[in-house]
Ligand binder design. Structure first.
Ligand SMILES: NC(=O)c1ccc[n+]([C@@H]2O[C@H](COP(=O)([O-])OP(=O)(O)OC[C@H]3O[C@@H](n4cnc5c(N)ncnc54)[C@H](O)[C@@H]3O)[C@@H](O)[C@H]2O)c1
Ligand SMILES: O=P(O)(O)OC[C@@H](O)[C@@H](O)[C@H](O)[C@H](O)CO
Length: 477
């Protein structure tokens, strides 16, 4: 952390008194930057009477809860446009907790006024297999089955550590309190994120208590969402800048772009804030919106990340300024657009907006952050486009290029066993295979049907050679 000026006062409820501290009605899992730029912002904006407070739990470490707890949940949101910054203290977060505090999670979920559990826990944390079932083969899941069973038997420790484990332990407390259902709202970048959450939670409940599973199926609504607001990790420079601008010392500000979008489909049996007052849109069918976002924005991000890092770029804006990367993005968008037929999606406008948003060089969105967890991300961002193109009788060359860029990225890692990817061990095993078998095994981590298709494997290898030729580097496959 860099030098505090003498005049700066710590941000907390004394330096920034709330008009009213809202009661907890939303419980959030995954106290990261995106939640604080998105759902917490929508709630803050849509609830001027302060009736909807958020209690947020961290995922793996307590750090964010300690910092935000000391600030009474208050933090500064910096909206960073191409021409300047706007600073706003967000008041909707009223409690910050260590995710390991499952006792508090159970206490909150047993309250009738708590109506929503929301999630931003990253894609691999759902712990589902490629065919959409709870991954009971994963050691994390099997450990949690034992832990949740102990919690249900009255033994609180050790506490569950996964999302499905914690949520099932919490929902069991709600069933026992007999206070009715609620909504679970996933805000992660997954296709049909509500249904993925449902599969993970029902899978865990089935393992520990089939009656609980039946209760969850009856009472809990799983809402699908498409979420959008580019929010990079906060840096020390951001902390310093907020202090200079506001004279408040905030140890945990969040920097985000002015653009935001939230599309939701699902039920709210216990109520919800009027998020539409802040611009959220409620629809019956989420699919066209989530596809547009995952296949255009997120797929392009991943392509810029893998191809851009290989060409020496650090941020999205830098990679987009590279003519080759920009052309590959347009080709990928052409393929995705050919699969998105609904005229209401207004793809020309959407693409134009994306070019502007990506080019905002004041948002330093680091490619290394986007490159993490490629196996989980490419399943949602590249596989459906490649499959759609093949099914339509086209090659899918641009989506194949994205997959080739990811393969080259992991192949270039000095120590694949240390890759920031939940499937790092499987990646390391696949990379140990020779020649074409390596491509097949890496592809199987994304989609087994594609890996069985020799033409697709050849296409990916061809795209890899093309990427290396464009970068003037040697391929390893
Ligand atoms: N940052 C963005 O621009 C953005 C935009 C749209 C959607 N999202 C979604 O939000 C997610 C989080 O993004 P972020 O910017 O807040 O990241 P972040 O790193 O700031 O926060 C991630 C949060 O997830 C938790 N987490 C990580 N692994 C977990 C696990 N295995 N189990 C439970 N919790 C776990 C972390 O503890 C942390 O609370 C993304 O993965 C994405 O799905 C992000
Ligand atoms: O957040 P991730 O890790 O799922 O993906 C990285 C980016 O593609 C993503 O954060 C986008 O910036 C975001 O989805 C924009 O709304």
């Amino acid at each position: 952390m860099t030098g505090r000026t003498a005049e700066a006062v710590a941000l907390d409820a004394a330096s920034h008194p709330r008009s009213r501290t809202a009661p907890v009605r939303i419980v959030h899992l995954g106290l990261g930057a995106f939640h604080r730029a998105h759902l917490a912002w929508y709630t803050d904006r849509a609830d001027p009477a302060r009736e909807w407070g958020i209690a947020a739990f961290t995922g793996r470490r307590p750090d964010a809860a300690l910092v935000l707890g000391a600030q009474d949940g208050l933090y500064t949101l910096v909206e960073r446009g191409p021409d300047g910054d706007r600073f706003e203290v967000i008041e909707s977060l009223v409690e910050a907790r260590d995710g390991a505090d499952v006792a508090r999670l159970r206490e909150l979920l047993a309250r009738p006024e708590v109506a929503i559990v929301s999630l931003t826990i990253t894609e691999p944390a759902y712990l589902v297999t490629a065919d959409g079932r709870l991954d009971t083969g994963s050691p994390e899941v099997s450990d949690d089955i034992a832990r949740v069973s102990s919690v249900l038997a009255g033994d609180a420790s050790p506490a569950p550590s996964t999302m499905p484990g914690r949520l099932v332990a919490g929902l069991a407390a709600r069933r026992d309190a007999d206070v009715g259902g609620l909504s679970v709202v996933s805000c992660d970048n997954l296709s049909r994120n509500g249904q993925v959450t449902r599969a993970a939670v029902l899978g865990m409940a089935e393992e520990v208590d089939p009656d609980l599973r039946a209760w969850i199926e009856r009472e809990i609504a799983f809402v699908d969402t498409s979420v959008d607001r580019i929010t990079p990790r906060t840096t020390d420079d951001d902390v310093e800048l907020v202090q200079q601008a506001t004279q408040l010392h905030d140890r945990s500000p969040v920097v985000t772009e002015p653009f935001r979008s939230w599309v939701l489909a699902g039920e709210f049996p216990a109520g919800r804030p009027s998020w539409e007052d802040a611009g959220a849109v409620f629809v019956d069918d989420i699919e066209p919106f989530e596809r547009r976002k995952l296949w255009l924005l997120n797929a392009a991000h991943s392509l810029l990340a893998y191809s851009g890092i290989a060409r020496g770029h650090a941020t999205v804006a830098e990679a987009l300024a590279d003519a080759d990367c920009a052309r590959w993005v347009e080709e990928l968008w052409d393929e995705a657009a050919g699969l998105l037929r609904d005229p209401a999606l207004d793809l020309d406008r959407y693409r134009a907006d994306l070019r502007d948003r990506f080019a905002n060089a004041r948002i330093a969105h680091h490619l290394t952050q986007i490159a993490e967890d490629g196996t989980a991300k490419l399943r949602a961002r590249a596989v459906p486009v490649l499959r759609g193109e093949r099914e339509a009788g086209r090659s899918g060359a641009a989506a194949a290029r994205l997959i080739a860029a990811w393969m080259d990225h992991v192949a270039g890692s000095a120590d694949p066993a240390q890759l920031p990817d939940a499937r790092r061990d499987d990646i390391a095993d696949a990379l140990a295979a020779p020649g074409e078998e390596r491509t097949v095994r890496l592809l199987a981590l994304l989609d087994t049907a594609l890996a069985d298709d020799a033409e697709v494997v050849a296409l990916i290898e061809e795209r890899s050679r093309e990427l290396h030729a464009a970068a003037g580097t040697e391929g390893t496959r």
